[in-house]
Design a protein around this ligand. Structure first.
Ligand code: FES
Length: 182
């Protein structure tokens, strides 16, 4: 895991989580199902803060991304500061701190994929989707991001589309690769 510079580093609006009325107003209410799922994770962990990534992923699953308001609510539920939780969210590159499209395309930019043409592939994917890294297509279908090694170096170049790992990516198959993702 490394810092997600394109999405995860958004910090604007994250203020002290002290007893400040303005900050309290920013806190959203988590849904009953979100709270239940987070509490289920906490139940088998040594302390509530160990559930930070799981809690962020749970809220992201329900809402598509983690807003500042959601982050405050999660931090309060876990008994930790918003700043500490935001640091976790920033470090973990699959937590989205801005709205994303229905499918997030993550292109591996680590060494094995680089050697196998990841730079050129990135330009071809950008041209195919009509967006740059960190951008979302106008129809909200895809958001394009870089990601470090996906652990499939022997099948470089690789990318994720949503939860699906695509290996041995060939630029002339991009139509076919993206077609199932409506
Ligand atoms: S370097 Fe791309 S999968 Fe490992």
């Amino acid at each position: 895991m490394t810092e997600n510079s394109a999405i995860g580093s958004v910090k604007s609006g994250v203020k002290s989580s002290g007893n400040n009325g303005a900050v309290t107003d920013l806190i959203e209410t988590l849904s009953d199902s979100e709270v239940a799922e987070i509490e289920a994770e906490c139940a088998h962990l040594p302390d509530r803060q160990s559930a930070a990534i799981d809690a962020l992923m749970i809220v992201q699953k329900h809402r598509g991304w983690v807003s500042d308001q959601s982050l405050f609510a999660i931090a309060r539920l876990l008994g930790m500061s918003a700043e500490a939780l935001d640091a976790v969210a920033t470090f973990y590159n699959r937590i989205y701190r801005r709205p994303v499209g229905r499918h997030v395309v993550m292109l591996c930019d680590s060494v094995s994929c680089y050697v196998m043409g990841a730079d050129r592939l990135a330009e071809q994917v950008k041209a195919h989707l009509g967006v740059q890294f960190g951008e979302t297509t106008p129809d909200d279908r895809f958001t394009l991001l870089p990601i470090p090694c996906l652990g499939a170096c022997d099948h470089a170049p690789t990318m994720l589309v949503g939860e699906e790992l695509i290996v041995d990516v060939q630029a002339d198959r991009l139509d076919e690769i993206f077609a199932p993702f409506e």
